[in-house]
Design a protein around this ligand. Structure first.
Ligand code: PLP
Length: 387
């Protein structure tokens, strides 16, 4: 650190030079991100609540009430009237909280000392972090294509099974597990069921309303104990905004530790000091868009998804699966996928590749316009001709 303070102008000039190196969502070139430009109201509100610390809610009862209202509103999207939970930093923290709750519950009420989590290969890597942090063994569910093979799920259950994880909107392909059937198995064996709807949670409910034929995936299934659903993905809130919802307070209680010097004497969250601004921004964006705004968004991104899918098929690319949500994964049978990704990068696109299976993965977020898709298809066509 320099001895002398710098002026505001100098500081901004320096920071802006760094910022110029960043990609911007508005360029429409970021193809592999589940985050997007936050709604203007979310940004404004975020700044207004920048000093609120929900780690000490007794000092910020107003912001705490905002968090409670945001949780209830998110719950209303996924069939629960009075959920418990928190606005957290993102899907990772939400999944960590769910796994910690499931482990502690299993330990306290079922005497499970060597807890196992049954997780599909399609799950986000945050579950590996949870296993590592909470001393849990990962048992991989068998797959039927790219979804959990429900028929073989029971074979994976044993006396140590603490939790089953199902995904509503997989990270790589945007697919929705058959949560309805998985819930029946979880219920039969009395096992905690967590649904990771970090991506799908702000899309599936609105597409369902429009008649999309998706399985039940939410708290309408009584075996579902918790759900991750991220406002900073399809919720159009600011980063960092994730959300963990629990069906029952007992899942927060099993994680509670004493917090002697704070206004509330117990804390269940993983982090201590935590942003109240994320809660305020998330509530603001939900109130500003309303169900109508999210419904329009969901339909619009699905329309663009179909445009991309059809365009790809027309120019000789293959899809890994029919998109269920706004994610398209594709490859070319004659071009190595990593090489294809390099060629796209050279043309200014920022793509990501999926691992299972290897493919280019485009998440058709709000910031990707129809013109961007047309340009991408032109580049992909040129690449395939030059091979
Ligand atoms: N769960 C799913 C299904 C995801 O797709 C992701 C991120 O892509 C996460 C969890 C982790 O979310 P975050 O990066 O916000 O921690």
């Amino acid at each position: 650190m320099d001895r002398k303070p710098k002026s505001k102008e100098e500081i901004f000039e320096e920071l802006e030079q760094y910022q110029e190196k960043d990609m911007k969502y508005s360029d429409g070139r970021i193809l592999g991100s589940m985050c997007t430009e936050a709604e203007p109201i979310a940004k404004e509100v975020f700044y207004k609540f920048i000093n609120s610390n929900l780690g000490d809610p007794g000092l910020f009862p107003g912001t705490k009430a905002i968090e409670d209202k945001a949780i209830k509103m998110i719950g209303s999207l996924v069939s629960i009237d009075d959920p418990y939970g928190h606005i957290v930093t993102g899907g990772t923290e939400a999944n960590l909280m769910a796994m910690r709750a499931a482990r502690n519950y299993a330990r306290r009420y079922k005497n499970i000392t060597e807890p196992e989590m049954i997780v599909p290969k399609s799950a986000h890597f945050s579950f590996k972090k949870a296993a590592d942090m909470f001393g849990m063994k990962v048992v991989e569910a068998d797959m039927d294509g790219y979804l959990i093979d429900v028929n073989s799920l029971e074979n994976k259950i044993n006396k140590n099974t603490a939790v089953i994880v199902a995904i509503a909107g997989t990270t790589e392909l945007g697919l929705i597990d058959n949560v309805e059937e998985i819930a029946e198995i979880a219920k039969k064996h009395d096992i905690y069921l967590h649904v990771d709807a970090a991506f799908g949670g702000f899309v599936i409910p609105f597409l369902k309303e429009e008649g999309y034929d998706f399985p039940k995936f939410d708290f309408s299934l009584d075996a579902v104990c918790s759900m991750t659903i991220d406002p900073h993905k399809m919720g159009l809130s600011v980063i960092p905004s994730g959300c963990i919802l629990f069906r029952d307070k007992k899942y927060l209680d099993v994680m509670a530790v004493k917090a002697p010097y704070l206004t509330k004497k117990e804390q269940s969250t993983i982090v201590g000091t935590r942003s109240g601004a994320s809660s305020a921004a998330t509530l603001a964006v939900m109130e500003s868009l309303g169900r109508e705004g999210y419904r329009k968004l969901a339909l619009d991104v699905m329309d663009k998804t179909m445009m991309l899918k059809e365009g790809l098929e027309d120019i000789g690319y293959d899809l890994v699966v029919e998109p269920q949500l706004n994610i398209v994964a594709f490859y070319h049978k004659d071009i190595d996928t990593d090489y294809l990704a390099d060629l796209l990068e050279q043309r200014g696109w920022r793509v990501s590749t999926s691992f299972y299976p290897k493919a280019i993965r485009v998440i058709v977020m709000k910031h990707i316009s129809r013109d961007n898709i047309r340009d991408l298809l032109v580049d992909l066509k040129a690449i395939s001709y030059n091979i």
